[in-house]
Design a protein around this ligand. Structure first.
Ligand SMILES: [Zn+2]
Length: 284
């Protein structure tokens, strides 16, 4: 995987400022990708903050500097995407740095489906329920836990050679565009164990109209992973789970045509490809 090192324009021009280095991996980010930003040369930097097109970046101490995950929403506008950083250098002076990453458009498959109206049009009750459940998820995703709970690389949620498929696909049902598929699907037999893809706290164990039995994990600092259509959930809300520990089993609850795991991830409201989390080159 290639890495881009940025020439950082730092306000102030002494040696301390010149030593700041920012790298972002991978070098080309696509819609739905997760990039990993590492900053070195900022000293102890007690007040590190930054943003990417107005969205805050959340930094954690990493190696001898700081790092942040950058989530690129699946419908993010392609092109140059500016970031900025602010920190306090070793002498206590406020510093700023700025740069840009390039977001590339990604070709998502388009699925055209013709379904009986009864399968597409919800009853008023079901529609109210589905809307309330979507709102509950949005409220959760807006909650940014203060502490990074995840450590090291992320792992696949099912032990299978199957690839996670269908992230971002545009669904056109009976000629009407629907919201893009914001997760990736693993097909696996019912009862297959589902494991936590990273360390985190169980934020939700619920039965939703579309998602069926669903577990949401809060990995801290605004990162969530979701596991849907479960046959069973083996964890309770509030529990801290380790990466790779069993949280439930594959099923076909909710709106599902057969047993599969719908796996999704959100990073501070960016709908990211959960598969991209597996590629984050984090060491600890
Ligand atoms: Zn799905």
């Amino acid at each position: 995987m290639s890495v881009v090192a940025f020439l950082v324009v730092v306000v102030g021009s002494d040696a301390a400022a010149a030593a700041v280095k920012v790298t972002v991996t991978p070098s080309a980010v696509r819609q739905g990708d997760v990039a990993f930003m590492v900053i070195t040369g900022v000293g102890a930097a007690p007040e590190m903050d930054g943003s990417l097109t107005g969205r805050p970046l959340v930094f954690f101490p990493y190696a001898d500097g700081y790092a942040a995950l950058i989530g690129i929403d699946l419908e993010a506008r392609p092109g140059k995407t500016p970031w900025r950083l602010g920190f306090v250098d070793g002498t206590g002076a406020p510093r700023k740095a700025a740069g840009a990453i390039t977001v590339k458009a990604r070709k998502f498959p388009v699925q055209r489906l013709s379904l009986p109206r009864s399968m597409v049009d919800l009853s008023p009750d079901d529609e109210r329920r589905a809307n309330a459940e979507a709102a509950r998820l949005r409220t959760l995703f807006d909650t940014i836990g203060p502490e990074r709970l995840w450590r090291g690389r992320f792992t696949k949620p099912v032990a299978s050679d199957a690839k996670a498929e269908g992230f971002g696909s545009r669904r056109i049902i009976n000629g009407k565009p629907r919201s893009p598929h914001s997760g990736a699907d693993f097909s696996a037999p019912a009862g297959t164990s589902v494991v936590a893809s990273g360390r985190g706290r169980v934020a939700l164990v619920v039965e939703f109209f579309f998602g069926g039995r669903l577990v949401a994990l809060d990995h801290g600092e605004g990162l969530y992973t979701l596991y849907m259509h479960l046959e069973r959930a083996d964890v309770a809300e509030g529990a801290l789970v380790e990466r790779g520990s069993i949280i439930g089993a594959v099923g076909s609850t909710g709106r599902a045509t057969g047993p599969h795991l719908h796996w999704a991830a959100q990073l501070r409201r960016a709908r990211i490809d959960p598969d991209a989390l597996l590629k984050v080159p984090v060491r600890d």
